[in-house]
Design a protein around this ligand. Structure first.
Ligand SMILES: *Cc1c(COP(=O)(O)O)cnc(C)c1O
Length: 380
């Protein structure tokens, strides 16, 4: 070619994509896509070409959105920059200024912040109600209520939401429902199949599964996902292609990871229930035939020195997240539920001795031994 060095360096020759059949989807780490002429560009706007600009759409983020939609049994999905941005665009797809959202009090701390503090500035009203008695929820509906929001397995006390009752109530009152399915994952529970309108995930957790990605996914009816997708594009909460690729890679092992983690969690819950120094073990039952999730919360208030307990946990680290391959512990009072008013903390059972355990894929006996030893060493 007759180009000079500086031009050649920029316009590297590249292989034609169509001729390369890689086993795995390549990473389309590109901010935009090229067009051969104006007609080709017009093709995008006519819907005959998929990609223009990565904020508007990218093969890797699309792959993640449809992968989760398929696992949830929903028609469509959209991937976003984080779990929280997926919740935001989901809410904005159904509620606008002047509308009201009714949410469960027992939700992830970051979601509480988003709903309680940020949505107010959009003039979207949010109130929080104890969802443990579905009969009570109806009393708190208002004439401007648009959405009922909760989690399939709540955090950190692992209550199972009565999805059927919530859906029934919503249908009766012409409201939308949105469920955060992060803790259960579609391996254990598929709220869309119970007619929940929007199902949201922090893909940062079990879907990606390796603690190396921050991502979110929202799935649901085509019409609602198209609205949410427009929010992603216009607000700019799109996910990076590389993070989408990592999350897709993680999803391929979701079943084997979950099977192992769920079995380990059941064993940890059973063992700690037998321990006299643990006053409460929060671990649900009857989530699904495949098990009850991989998060176990324990309360050691009054029987162990909490600081000493954390120090005595040998190879198990304090990490303020969950769902990784490694068993980790977190302290809701100081992290996820720190921002909650004191009364709300007490009401929810976020005590001084509450510890949330995210059970990993390690050897079952080793995990149990580490907890039993830490309890023994920190006993009051
Ligand atoms: C982590 C988490 C979120 C927030 O997700 P990010 O990816 O951190 O934005 C929302 N809901 C639940 C249940 C979570 O565990």
């Amino acid at each position: 070619m007759g180009q000079n060095f500086d031009t050649k360096a920029v316009h590297l020759s590249r292989k034609n994509n169509q001729s390369i059949d890689s086993k795995v989807t390549p990473i389309y780490q590109t901010s935009a896509f090229k067009f051969s002429d104006l007609e080709d560009l017009e093709n995008f706007y006519q819907g005959k070409k998929d990609y223009l600009y990565t904020r508007v759409g990218n093969p890797n983020t699309d792959e993640l959105g449809s992968a989760v939609a398929q696992l949830e049994g929903a028609p469509k999905g959209v991937a976003t920059s984080s779990g929280l941005s997926a919740i935001l665009v989901g809410v904005l797809a159904v509620a606008k200024a002047g509308d009201h959202v009714l949410a469960s009090t027992d939700i992830y701390g970051g979601t509480y912040q988003l709903l309680a503090n940020e949505l107010q500035d959009f003039n979207i009203e949010v109130s929080f109600v104890d969802f443990s008695n579905p009969g009570e929820i109806e009393k708190h509906l208002k004439s401007n209520t648009k959405l009922i929001y909760s989690e399939s397995i709540t955090n950190p006390l692992l209550r199972i939401e009565d999805m059927k009752a919530i859906v029934q109530l919503a249908k009766k009152n012409n409201l939308y429902t949105m469920i955060d399915n992060t803790f259960a994952t579609p391996y254990l529970c598929q709220p869309y199949l119970d007619e929940v309108d929007l199902v949201v995930h922090s893909a940062t957790k079990y879907l990606a599964g390796h603690s190396d990605v921050t991502a979110g996914v929202l799935v649901g009816h085509e019409e609602l996902i198209d609205k949410a997708k427009a929010k992603v594009v216009n607000i700019g909460t799109n996910l990076s292609p590389f993070d989408a690729w990592l999350a897709c890679r993680g999803i391929k092992t979701l079943s084997v990871r979950m099977e192992r983690q769920v079995n380990n969690a059941q064993a940890v819950a059973d063992a700690l229930r037998k321990n006299d120094n643990v006053s409460k073990v929060y671990y649900p039952s009857s989530v699904s035939d495949k098990g009850n999730g991989a998060i176990v919360s324990i309360d050691i208030t009054g029987s162990c020195n909490v600081e000493k307990f954390f120090q005595s946990l040998s190879w198990i680290n304090i990490i303020p997240t969950l769902a990784g391959l490694e068993t980790t512990v977190s302290y809701p009072l100081a992290t996820s539920h720190r921002a909650l008013p004191k009364e709300a903390q007490i009401e929810l059972g976020i005590t001084e001795g509450l510890i949330r355990v995210s059970v990993g894929i390690e050897d079952t006996e080793d995990i149990i031994k580490a907890f039993e030893e830490a309890i023994e060493k920190s006993k009051l």
